[in-house]
Write a protein that binds this ligand. Sequence first.
Ligand SMILES: Cc1cc2nc3c(=O)[nH]c(=O)nc-3n(C[C@H](O)[C@H](O)[C@H](O)COP(=O)(O)OP(=O)(O)OC[C@H]3O[C@@H](n4cnc5c(N)ncnc54)[C@H](O)[C@@H]3O)c2cc1C
Length: 383
Amino acid sequence: MLSPEQREIRDLVRTLARERIGPRAAEIDKSAEFPWDVVDLYRENGLFGLLFDEEHGGVGASALMTLVAIEEVAKVCATSALILAVQELGSLAIKLVGTDDQKRRFLPKLASGEWLAAYALTEAGSGSDSAAMRTTARRDGDEYVIDGAKRFITNAGVAHVYVCFARADDGISAFVVEADAPGFQVGRIEPKMGIKGSTTGEILLDGCRVPADNLLGEEGEGFHVAMQVLDRSRPGIAAQGLGLAQGATDYALEYARTRETFGEPIARHQLVAGMLAEMETKCEAARGLLYRCGAAIDEGATGPDLTKLSAMTKLFCTDVAMEVTTDAVQVLGGYGYIQEYPVERMMRDAKITQIYEGTNQIQRLVIAREMLKEQRAFLLASS
Ligand SMILES: Cc1cc2nc3c(=O)[nH]c(=O)nc-3n(C[C@H](O)[C@H](O)[C@H](O)COP(=O)(O)OP(=O)(O)OC[C@H]3O[C@@H](n4cnc5c(N)ncnc54)[C@H](O)[C@@H]3O)c2cc1C
């Protein structure tokens, strides 16, 4: 599905991932420190630019290309892949409903990577049920005053731009909150199971003042904006999941080729060979869905069709990530369980892909809801 030019970009990202990011992955996991060196690598090689159009300082490489880049990096380091995925997540609302002025103010700095972005929807009491948020926004002259707190925000403390959702007079609304806004503070950063180099933290908004010009779209449109963003960002998490699954498969294959038991490589034992074959097949099926979703976004898919396709892609690729990374640990036996080998990290990293940007239970509900709107009665009529 990739053009020769897209393959060239993929190969560049693949080389950077293998040569520069892969060797850092274990250390990033162990230190649990945000990898600014990886951000610098992306800046130097124009990788953030893949996410943005030329008018705003990017290269306009397409949604499909963004997914391919995330997949390539996730094969070696899921934390580093998430930096690209969240730059997209945090920028999408500005791209989708931002005014020309907002796009000019924010997008070029995000395209160069000078600024990192974040997306702040979740609160302590509202994750899956995000419409139950309690954070409020009140208009005061030329400003909005935002009060509340957001939880589990990726890039907390490292982002400059936070797209933040709050309840205003006319309903949930979206705002760009800059990290230097008065009343903005980063709270606790959470220690966690995987993607350890990524910061996940609390955002405290205590009478936080933002210019009224930072309202994205209309007041009351925010929930719709949040969902439109997720339709386009969930495939990024799917790409992260697929990269993890393929990286684990590649590692398990090489291990199984050389590890011998009962006088032959374990890859020759049929039960192990069967696992490897299933892992590879699941990855290829996931890639088919992921690329189809990326191509659909590039062709302008929108509305219910995109909602369903994007949810299916996120669900399938991330369930594959969990299954395949778990199998990779099994292929390595005891060595799979110790930290000297990367598959235990991949298995821990894979778990979050089933949870964030809407849990996979929520994806199932979304898919079924869209299915129930479709008409297939002709099948019943003909039987
Ligand atoms: C590392 C990390 C990074 C994150 N990054 C961000 C970020 O950048 N921005 C952001 O806004 N949020 C972020 N999140 C939040 C994440 O999106 C939420 O944690 C997630 O949506 C689930 O919400 P919750 O944790 O409140 O779980 P809950 O909503 O309390 O759900 C608990 C369980 O119940 C299930 N459940 C809930 N409702 C239903 C239902 N109707 N039917 C069936 N099952 C249901 C869920 O699937 C889940 O298994 C992040 C979370 C983590 C852990």
